[in-house]
Design a binder for this molecule. Structure first.
Ligand SMILES: [Zn+2]
Length: 101
């Protein structure tokens, strides 16, 4: 998978199935991503600097990369990409419309 921060993805599983969101973080070690505002769970937060009193907060949990699909910014469809090597960089090409993402 070649998903990067800032990509649009659609979630394929769980309660947020078929919702789209933006990648906030990629955690390559775990093969997971965090999608802004999706896959939210309540977390019991211990008191900390940001939450001086602790409590229950909604946070986006990591989701497996295999459970999300990249959404092409050109054709707006969930798609797969092929990697095209150019002289200077790798380009991701949408398999559906052929545009680079
Ligand atoms: Zn496309």
């Amino acid at each position: 998978m070649s998903i990067r921060k800032g990509d649009s993805v659609i979630i394929n599983t769980g309660k947020d199935r078929s919702k789209t969101g933006i990648i906030e973080r990629v955690l390559p070690k775990n093969g997971t991503v965090i999608v802004q505002g999706l896959h939210m769970f309540k977390k019991h937060q211990k008191p900390s600097k940001n939450y001086p009193h602790g409590g229950i907060v909604d946070i986006s949990m990591p989701i497996k990369m295999s459970n999300v699909s990249l959404v092409c910014i050109h054709c707006k469809k969930a798609t797969r990409v092929t990697i095209k090597l150019t002289d200077s960089s790798k380009q991701r090409i949408c398999k559906k419309c052929g545009e680079s993402i």
